[in-house]
Design a protein around this ligand. Structure first.
Ligand SMILES: C[S@@+](CC[C@H](N)C(=O)[O-])C[C@H]1O[C@@H](n2cnc3c(N)ncnc32)[C@H](O)[C@@H]1O
Length: 258
């Protein structure tokens, strides 16, 4: 390899590493706000509430998750978007309440439901600080790998505790998360990001697998089944099943409130 090509490749590597530091210099609350600001952009609001996306309905993974639910009831959907999942779930007979931190997104989802002859309720809240009635839902639904959008293990455990309290006994929490079987992060780069998190007084709780997806949204990629299982169990739910696909970078969990 010529010296110039080697130099160029090293510059690309250094550039990618510098970009990856963005996730370390923000505190957990900044990471949530960073993602919220991205979703609040007009192009994202339009994108997630666009007719063809909304009418695309549930995908195969989501339909498979639904086979775990017998019957209908009250369903709390976290990360409502424009109503892509809320609408078919309401059509199936669920009484759907959708949660999203973008007020305009909640309005769009409700309008999209009304246009299709359906009604859904909407709440403007951040999902890790969920405040809903206790023992009020039969199912809590968190698809599109959105479990991964909450920074820090302790905030995810606290979110599961809130979900557990929202569920009726016997109720199910169905969720998807990002999963990476062979994380490529190098140990040295990981240590550096952790150190930068501390010296910048940013993300003290930086965890391996934290990153900014497409530089617009915080995500945490899980690399072992045990890590996600332990969070959910610590949050007070029993894990009935965890699946991780080797083809996609998504996993799913079916959990129950005893
Ligand atoms: C990836 S989109 C998915 C939307 C919808 N579930 C779908 O699949 O079409 C994520 C949605 O969740 C919302 N969202 C992301 N993080 C959130 C959070 N921490 N709290 C509340 N809403 C959040 C975004 O505003 C956006 O509408």
């Amino acid at each position: 390899m010529s010296g110039r090509i080697r130099l160029a490749r090293n510059l690309v590597r250094v550039g990618a590493f510098i970009q990856s530091l963005a996730v370390a210099v923000m505190r957990p609350a900044d990471l949530v706000e960073f993602s919220r600001q991205s979703y609040a952009r007009p192009e994202n609001l339009e994108g997630w509430s666009e007719k063809s996306l909304v009418d695309s309905g549930l995908n195969d993974d989501e339909r498979e998750l639904l086979t775990q639910v017998s019957g209908t009831g009250d369903l709390l959907l976290l990360g409502l978007g424009g109503g892509r999942e809320a609408i078919p779930l309401a059509r199936m007979g669920f009484r759907v309440t959708g949660v999203d931190y973008i007020a305009a997104m909640v309005e769009r989802a409700k309008e999209n439901a009304v246009c299709r002859g359906l009604k859904i309720e909407g709440l403007v809240q951040e999902i890790s600080e969920l405040e809903v009635q206790e023992n009020a839902y039969d199912v809590v639904w968190l698809s599109r790998a959105m479990y991964s959008c909450v920074p820090t293990r302790s905030q995810r455990v606290a979110m599961v505790q809130r979900i557990a309290s929202a569920l009726r006994p016997g109720g199910l929490f169905l969720c998807q998360f990002l999963w990476c079987a062979n994380p490529r992060q190098r140990a040295k780069a990981e240590r550096l990001r952790r150190v930068i998190g501390i010296i910048s007084l940013g993300n003290f709780s930086y965890e391996k697998g934290d990153r900014l997806l497409n530089n617009i949204e915080f995500v945490h990629e899980f690399s072992t089944e045990e890590t996600i299982r332990s969070e959910i169990e610590e949050g007070g739910l029993s894990v009935l099943r965890i699946r991780m696909s080797s083809l996609t970078n998504r996993g799913s969990a079916v959990c129950r409130k005893n």
